[in-house]
Design a protein. Structure first.
Length: 164
């Protein structure tokens, strides 16, 4: 994907491009610092994206919309692996309708810098995308495993009181 040098691209990859209209709306609201004068948002199917990405691409971030399927589904996994091979240094965000610990593990396994759930609040999603664009990562705590009730009532202690 060759983008004019004055523009940095955010590539949204979706098997059903119309489904990504909400993403384009949120990503279009990202703050543009002096270093990022303008973002060019494009939505492509995985096959189109694979043909557009090249070594000289000026792509700032890849957003892969897994939809209602799991990231671990063979089709999604294969498409994501191809995109990672074509653009290994470009931050990858997985957008998913699924909200589970397994999705986080799958996202980490494919080298994603974050995962945003389709049910995420608009402002929080905007903050997550901004954080990733600025070199951070975002994996929502609601998707992490919860501590057991016993662990909450009796937190681990690092010292033995009998030895104090």
């Amino acid at each position: 994907m060759t983008v004019p040098s004055a523009e940095l691209g955010i590539l949204i990859v979706d098997t059903l491009p119309l489904r990504s209209l909400g993403l384009t709306s949120i990503l279009g609201r990202l703050d543009h610092s002096a270093a990022r004068s303008k973002f060019r948002l494009t939505v492509h199917t995985p096959d189109q994206a694979e043909r557009l990405i090249d070594a000289d691409a000026n792509c700032e971030m890849l957003v892969y919309n897994a939809g209602s399927g799991s990231i671990a589904d063979s089709d999604n996994m294969q498409r994501i692996k191809v995109l990672r091979a074509l653009a290994p240094d470009v931050p990858l965000v997985i957008f998913s309708e699924r909200e589970s610990r397994e999705e986080i593990i799958s996202a980490l396994n494919v080298g994603a810098q974050g995962i945003v759930n389709a049910g995420t609040d608009e402002e929080l999603a905007l903050q997550a995308f901004s954080l990733i664009l600025n070199g951070g990562s975002y994996f929502p705590s609601a998707m992490r495993p919860k501590r057991s009730c016993a662990a909450q009532r009796h937190p681990a202690v690092d010292s033995n009181p009998a030895l104090s």
